[in-house]
Write a protein of this length. Structure first.
Lengths: 134, 360
């Protein structure tokens, strides 16, 4: 049975933990992140230590240090994904190019804005009235 | 003179969308960049809005090739959150389907790779063998794509003695043809010319970038979740980690063919020693309390991980799906450097990518 161990840490402990793991030859399984019910961000660094996942978790921080200098490309894509999807800033991470979001994300055109149904109905009625009045 | 050659997101040599930007010096690639996200379907968000029974069905549809792997890993993670242990017979059935899925996935990839290098005869022979594996899956599950064999606390369908005998007959045929294919791949001139020394990913680079699965094993990195962190009774079967030292596209072909032989060994052992007893827990599933867990499964393309956060309701608070392609795709630029533009399609395909899985 694979084991899972959650270990809460502060943002200052992220890089020293990564360095310790890297020196021990531990694989970084993934960096996960999500927005909790209270709106705070939960970021967890999952390291594979034998058959156990050690999950070093930071809660409530929107700006974190990047571990790309320690774990290289193994950390880059997970950090870039979290940066684009839940807007976490990783200090030192190159975000000049997009990874996951549409090509036009930098000028805002890539976002699809959904018009509320009430507004659509209102617009349709207006158009109808304008046609009838002509 | 330097040119930028775009490949994709929609390209004949890509089965699924990805965008590669190749920076070239004449015929050679000097650098490359990869962009993903063209097949994002919002599955993680949707999973949080459905109950966990519905989500089990939903996650099976993340991928059309390794659908069982997704269903299995999600079920294992939820079971771990709830402290549920599936009966042994149910776990053996899960292993049998997972290994059949691995064989058909590897054969599918091999066929495509052989087609890309222009060896269409071998491509058709490989896919002919794959059809027999699909027949075995259809025999056991009734389906060819989404098998629906996993439920919380075990498997959904049992394997009868007749089914067992028919699958063993299919395995006899597959084993012989796989050994012939392995021999052919190791000695065929066309395969050697088009794959040896192409798309090299050194062992150091594979470890640095975090490659996993057959892609890493073909770079001589011995990682395999089935052996490193056993689950589903994998520790009860006798099989080897297949690694190959040449680190090129050739090694990726060889590793996958040899892994099929190991998978056949596992299925035989599982069918021969299928434990008696129930296949699942029936209606004895406990309520899943607030918890979080991450489980890993060696899917055909490498380590598939699911992280699930439960909150005591019938829905999950968070599902995070990370597939092998997310770990292997960052190796593409390194592999492309120094190769010719003509080999770019083959090198990208050599990680056995599943971009639908990755974008989820």
């Amino acid at each position: 049975m694979q084991e899972y161990k959650k270990i809460p840490i502060t943002k200052e402990e992220i890089v020293p933990t990564a360095k310790r793991m890297r020196e021990a030859g531990v694989i970084l399984a993934m960096i996960h992140g999500y927005v909790m019910d209270d709106g705070k961000i939960n970021i967890s660094y999952e390291y594979q230590v034998d058959d156990t996942i050690e999950s070093y978790t930071v809660e409530g921080e929107n700006v974190l240090p990047s571990i790309v200098p320690v774990y290289d490309l193994a950390a880059e894509w997970p950090e870039r994904e979290l940066n684009e999807l839940i807007d976490v800033t990783f200090e030192g991470l190159d975000t000049s190019k997009r990874l996951f979001m549409p090509d036009t994300m930098f000028d805002g055109q890539g976002q699809i804005f959904v018009t509320p149904m009430e507004e659509l109905i209102e617009r349709t009625h207006k158009t109808k009235e304008e046609v009838e009045n002509q | 003179m330097s040119y930028i050659v775009p490949i994709g997101p929609y390209h004949p040599s890509l089965e699924e969308p990805i965008h590669a930007k190749l920076i070239t010096e004449g015929e050679l690639i000097s650098d490359a960049e990869i962009f993903i996200g063209y097949n994002h379907r919002g599955i993680e968000k949707l999973a949080m809005q459905k109950n966990i029974i519905q989500t089990l069905v939903l996650v099976e549809r993340v991928c059309g090739i390794c659908s069982h792997s997704h269903m299995l890993t999600f079920a294992m993670t939820c079971e771990a959150c709830g402290g549920i242990k599936a009966p042994k017979r149910g776990q053996y059935i899960r292993v049998i389907i997972a290994e059949l899925e691995r064989i058909h996935s590897h054969m599918l990839w091999l066929g495509i790779a052989l087609h890309i290098i222009g060896h269409d005869s071998l491509f058709m022979h490989t896919w002919d063998d794959r059809e027999a594996v699909m027949d075995a899956l259809e025999e056991l599950t009734g389906n060819r794509v989404n098998y629906g064999m996993v439920t919380y606390g075990g498997s959904r369908r049992d394997i009868t003695l007749d089914q067992r005998d028919r699958v063993l007959d299919i395995l006899d045929k597959i084993e012989e043809s796989t050994k012939t294919l392995a021999d052919f791949l190791l000695h065929d001139k066309t395969v050697a010319l088009r794959t040896q020394g192409v798309g090299v990913l050194t062992t150091e680079d594979a470890i640095r970038i975090g490659a996993i699965g057959p892609h890493a094993r073909a770079s001589n990195v011995p990682v395999d979740v089935r052996i490193d962190a056993p689950y589903c009774c994998y520790d009860e079967f006798d099989f080897e980690k297949v690694v190959y030292p040449t680190c090129d596209v050739f090694a990726r072909c060889v590793v996958r063919v040899l892994e099929n032989i190991e998978s056949i060994k596992i299925i035989r052992q599982a069918l021969d020693s299928l434990p008696a007893g129930p296949i699942n827990l029936g209606s004895k599933i406990p309520t899943i309390k607030p918890a979080e867990y991450m489980m890993r499964h060696e899917a055909p393309r490498g380590q598939l991980s699911y992280k699930v956060v439960t909150n005591g309701t019938d829905k999950v608070a968070r599902v995070s799906i990370h597939v092998p392609t997310f770990k292997n795709a960052p190796t593409i630029p390194t592999m492309l450097k120094g190769n010719s533009v003509a080999d770019a399609g083959l090198i990208i395909a050599s990680i056995d990518p599943c971009f639908s899985c990755m974008d989820r």
